[in-house]
Structure formats: C-alpha cells, structure tokens
Ligand binder design. Structure first.
Ligand SMILES: Nc1ncnc2c1ncn2[C@@H]1O[C@H](COP(=O)(O)OP(=O)(O)OP(=O)(O)O)[C@@H](O)[C@H]1O
Ligand SMILES: [Mg+2]
Length: 360
C-alpha cells in the first residue's frame, strides 16, 4: 500500500502549468490521507476559478492511481487563504529582502572555494550536485561566478531560460532535476562578456539568493568565483552558508593559495568542511598505473595544516572534460565522487552561519 510520503512524491511531479513548478513546492497540497485504497488530499488554488485546475487534478489523479494499492482518488479543492497567498507571492516582510526568500526553504548551503582559478571548482561543484541528486536529495546549484559563469555550459545541453513568476525567478532544471541559476541563463547571448563592477556583481548575487524561487532544497551548492577576490567575499558575506568545501590541485603553490582561502573563511567564521584534491593523478588506460602529472600529492599535508579532513582525491578523467564541455556532466558515472559526497554529507554542519553583512 502506498505511503503518505509516496503520495507526496507522486504529487511533487504534478506541475502548476502557469508557474511551471511542482504543486507540492508551491504549497498547494494539504491534508493527504489514505483510507484503504482511497487517497484523498486538498488542492489549494490561488483562485478557485483557476481555469487550469482540471488539468492539475487530472494529472494528480493519474499519477496517484499508478501507485500500488490505490483504487480511488478524492481531490478537494479550495481557495488559498490570504496568508497562503501572501507566502506564495512573497509577503510584505519577505518583499524587503527578495520576493522568494520568505517562500524558500533551503536546508544546507555549501560553497565551493579555491585559492586560484582553473583548479576544477565548477566541475567539482557540478559533480557534487550530481552525486547528491543521485542520492535522492533535492539539489540546487547557484553559479556565483558572475564574470566567468560556467555551470550551464557543463550541465545543460539544451537552450533553457529561467522564467519569471509572481514569486520570483524560477530556476532552470537539468534532466536529472538539479535546479540551476547562473547569469549566463539570463544573458541574451551566452558568449557576451559580463564586465560589471563590484556593486552590480554583488546585486546579482543577492538576487540569485533572494529572488530565485529555489523552493524546498536539501542542498544548495554555490560555485564561487576563483580565488579570494572581492567577488568571493561578497558571496561569503551575502548568503548564509553552512560551510565551505575547498578545491585544490597537487602543486605546492596551490597549497599556499588554498591556505589563504582557508584564512578568509576562518576570518568570516564560516566552517571549512573539507578539502578535495582535483586532478590528483592520471590513470594509465592500459595498465591502470597512477601517474602524478602535477607532482606528488600534498593534499594530506595541506588538509592537516588547515586542520580539515581530506574529502578525497579526484583523478584527471578525460570524460570529465569531454562531458563538461558538452553540457552532459550529469552523465559522468562519478564513482569516485560517490565517496567524496558521502564524506561531505557526514560533515556538513546543520546550522547555517548568518552572513557577515547581516551581523554588522
Ligand atoms: N578531474 C578532471 N579531469 C579532467 N578535466 C578536468 C577535471 N577537472 C576539471 N577539468 C577540466 O578543467 C577545466 C577547468 O575546470 P573548471 O572550469 O571546473 O575549473 P574552475 O576552477 O571552475 O575554473 P575557473 O577558475 O575559471 O572558474 C575544464 O575544462 C574542465 O573540464
Ligand atoms: Mg569555475
């Protein structure tokens, strides 16, 4: 017999055709009950005269009837209360900070930081999101690299655009269901350079956090701009983070810059969750021998010096570059990444830090 959770899961596949969002995420589903083979629930509509209500009800009915042991579906419809409507459209208090803020429920925010550019931070952020999604978590990926956005290029192979709604900007979803937001998705031409100065960048990041309808998320991964620049600082001071993951490569200099980044995090009082060494080694396709292309790994020493756990070492894999270049990184089998994700999950602090800007 289907469980309440299975019913909720099935209903989360039903979209409000107008908002293109799940009716569960929109807070439209209430009072789910199961009595023998009969499943009943209440569908709260923004207006009882909603012309699309039949479509949503039919879709819901079809999905529930497909569940094991369900022989009948009863849908009670009512209009949302004023309070529910206010929550849906942001409400007066949420409006001040960003219309979607009062509505979003993001349980953990993890930023991915590196000491310098090109170490594979965006690839690691994407693979992390993929690994968490594969484990069944609700995952978002915020591309906070405003002047060098690369997340859509790695995870989308179709031309997709976020759409506006009364709630705020609705993120684009990958095939696997990861919610994405990046400045590249908003530009008329994705090849256009973003030559913005600090205040504009900071405004965009605030909007990506406060005006994007992330809905209910277990994890929001934030891909930071490279290094300890002003742009990274803005993100760390704007978004309430649960922790930071550092990415490095096995060069001695990388160790130094990573320590600099770690010092920035500690000055901001944001916990460092751990270190991932990317491009750690290459594997010979013939004999399987590990070749340390950039020299011997110093990840363990760097991690010890920083006092953080080493979450794992990721080898150079031609597939990561190839799939990342064609918007198909979600297809990477990511076995190596499963372990990294698991270690990370065990270490993510439950409590988010209030951003420094809000503390001042
Ligand atoms: N483990 C890996 N194996 C093979 N290629 C990789 C690996 N990690 C990253 N790459 C490739 O290296 C390049 C740089 O990676 P990526 O864009 O993720 O780095 P980044 O640190 O985000 O860069 P930036 O500092 O510009 O934001 C990309 O072409 C990517 O496909
Ligand atoms: Mg990047």
């Amino acid at each position: 017999m289907a469980s309440i959770e299975a019913v909720r899961q099935a209903l989360s596949q039903v979209m409000d055709p107008e908002l293109n969002r799940s009716i569960v995420d929109l807070g439209m589903v209430h009072d789910i009950a199961i009595d023998d083979g009969t499943v009943s629930f209440t569908l709260a509509l923004t207006t009882i005269a909603c012309p699309l209500r039949g479509q949503m009800a039919n879709d819901a009915r079809e999905r529930l009837m497909a569940l094991e042991g369900v022989s009948d579906v009863v849908i009670n419809m009512r209009e949302m209360t004023a309070e529910e409507k206010a929550k849906l459209t942001g409400g007066a208090s949420a409006q001040q900070e960003g219309s979607a803020l009062g509505y979003n429920n993001v349980r953990h925010v993890v930023a991915v930081l590196s000491g310098k550019g090109g170490v594979g931070k965006s690839s690691v952020s994407s693979l992390l999101a993929v690994a968490l999604r594969r484990r069944g978590h609700r995952v978002g990926l915020l591309d906070a690299d405003i002047t060098g956005p690369s997340i859509p290029k790695m995870l989308l192979h179709r031309d997709e655009r976020p759409i506006g709604s009364p709630l705020g900007i609705l993120p684009v979803q990958t095939e696997g269901g990861i919610k994405l937001m990046s400045i590249n998705l908003l530009l008329a031409d994705p090849n256009q350079a973003v030559i913005w100065r600090g205040p504009l960048i900071s405004g965009a990041i605030k909007q990506f956090w406060g005006d994007v309808v992330w809905g209910d998320l277990d994890y929001l991964i934030v891909d930071l701009p490279p290094g300890t620049s002003d742009a990274s600082l803005t993100v760390l001071q704007t978004i309430p983070l649960n922790g930071i993951v550092m990415v490095t490569t096995p060069q001695s200099l990388a160790g130094m810059v990573v320590r600099k980044a770690a010092s920035m995090a500690s000055q901001l009082n944001i916990p460092l969750i751990g270190l991932i060494e990317n491009m750690s080694y290459a594997e010979c396709p013939k004999c399987g021998e590990h070749v340390e292309v950039f020299g011997p790994s110093n990840a363990a020493e760097v991690a010890t010096a920083m006092g953080v756990p080493l979450l794992g070492r990721l080898p150079i894999r031609p597939d990561i570059a190839r799939l990342g270049d064609s918007g198909r990184l979600e297809e990477y089998p990511a076995e190596e990444f499963e372990d990294i994700a698991e270690r990370l999950l065990a270490l993510v602090p439950e409590q988010a830090c209030t951003p420094a800007s809000a503390r001042q």
